[in-house]
Design a protein around this ligand. Structure first.
Ligand SMILES: Cc1ncc(COP(=O)(O)O)c(C=O)c1O
Length: 418
């Protein structure tokens, strides 16, 4: 043993465990139980397909909550990862690196560029951190630009929101499961019903700095607002000098058939919050994109993250964004998603309450629990996960083929027979 390293109790050689039950038991014993996964032990993945430790193949219809829009282990993204990893991975923001400037420039352009008011990018790592960043920017913008009295700024959020898991974010969640037992919470948030324009109008006060909204509430069960809501809400925010913050962490980058879900209504938000597919599932990368007067409120020291904007993350994200445009993933999502939704709407089963979605983001709401259907689908080689108990979310990687989708629909017909 090398001098200076403490002696440790030897751990079991995990590489030697090839029995899925033993791995599941080891995870249950040593890992915290903050998830309730399906018992499939994934060993490798390629494109739209994952393989368990015993070699069984499954179509991935979750895409890691839409992080893997580009498909698992996309070769171009892995090349970027390898190339950059061999050069330099982490500089911290104490120094500059070759990838951050290009990432910021390219992402701002993708979001519409200067003409759309997308003038600055602030990279972080996880989605929740990007949401926190947007909230801090909005509050400081409220004080320094809008002129709200110190510590009085309010952010309006929607019922059934899901923006992540930090204590501030869970504090304005309306879902008991997410918030119970984690208080006391950060003040300064006002909750209104999702999709209700009049509620938004009534909630805006001189202290309101921002309205934070998901264009489609994915975790809440693929809940779509009424047509025209996002456009009218953005317009109202503009009139009342309130920042319209679109949390597109799950809906952007092609998932709904457009680069951004807001684009379906021609909405250009003041602030985009992005994550997940920004790195194609290869590395945690998130970002806030906005105007100079919003992100310009940060001064050195007022915000940061050791890993945020690191060269490896930026190289991976640049490759991931190139894949989305070069492989026309938005168009694929729109075309294949329209076909899939049509097929889902032909399913006839007493348990099905509603089918909804946009692009390759679909939800099948059932009358009882969705979990047993997900278990049955798993046994037929389809991986998907229930959301909010009664909704089966289907969100395959956007590189999925039409043959793969036909295969998927055949499995769904088996599960929803009669
Ligand atoms: C809309 C939305 N915002 C924020 C988050 C949080 O992202 P992360 O889990 O990377 O912190 C999620 C994750 O599912 C999300 O769907």
């Amino acid at each position: 043993m090398a001098a200076g390293f403490p002696r440790r109790t030897p751990l079991p050689n995990v590489d030697a465990i090839s029995d899925p039950r033993a791995l599941i038991e080891t995870e249950e014993r040593w890992g915290a139980h903050n998830y309730h996964p399906l018992d499939v032990v994934v060993d490798r993945a390629q494109g739209a397909w994952v393989y368990d430790i015993e070699g069984r193949r499954y179509m991935d219809c979750l895409s890691a909550y839409s992080a893997v829009n580009q498909g698992h282990c996309h070769p171009a993204i892995l090349d970027a990862l390898r190339d950059q990893a061999a050069r330099v991975t982490l500089t911290s923001r104490a120094f500059r690196n070759t990838q951050l400037p290009l990432f910021c420039q390219e992402l701002a352009a993708l979001c519409g560029g200067v003409e759309a008011g997308m003038e600055m990018v602030l990279p972080m790592n996880t989605g929740a951190e990007a949401v926190e960043t947007a909230l801090k920017a909005a509050r400081r913008w409220g004080y320094t630009v809008k002129g709200i009295a110190s510590d009085r700024a309010e952010v309006i959020v929607c019922e059934n929101n899901f923006h992540g898991r930090t204590t501030t974010i869970t504090g304005f969640s309306t879902t008991g499961l997410y918030r119970d037992g984690f208080g006391p919470f950060t003040p300064g948030f006002r909750v209104i019903p999702f999709g209700d324009l009049e509620a938004l109008r009534a909630a805006i006060s001189p202290q309101t700095c921002a309205f934070l909204v998901e264009p489609i509430q994915c975790e809440a069960g693929i809940l779509m607002p009424p047509d025209g809501y996002l456009r009218a809400a953005a317009q109202l925010c503009r009139e009342r000098n309130v920042l319209f913050i679109a949390d597109e962490i799950q809906t952007a980058l092609g998932r709904t058939g457009r680069m951004f879900a807001c684009a379906h209504e021609g909405v250009a938000p003041d602030v985009y919050v992005l994550g997940k597919a920004l790195s194609g599932g290869v590395y945690p990368v998130s970002a806030v994109v906005s105007r100079r007067d919003v992100l310009g409120v940060f001064r050195p020291g007022s915000h940061g993250s050791t890993y945020g904007g690191n060269p490896l993350a930026c190289a991976v994200a640049r490759a991931a964004l190139r894949v989305i445009t070069e492989e026309r993933l938005c168009e694929r999502s729109a075309e294949l998603g329209a076909w899939l939704l049509d097929q889902l709407r032909t399913l006839r089963h007493a348990e099905i309450r509603q089918v909804r979605g946009k692009g390759l983001l679909a939800g099948i709401e059932v009358r009882g629990l969705a979990r047993p259907f997900c278990e049955q689908l798993k046994d037929l080689g389809v991986l998907c996960k229930e959301t909010h108990d009664s909704v089966i979310r289907l969100a395959p990687p956007l590189i999925v083929s039409s043959e793969d989708l036909e295969w998927l629909v055949a499995r769904l017909r088996t599960v929803f027979a009669g």
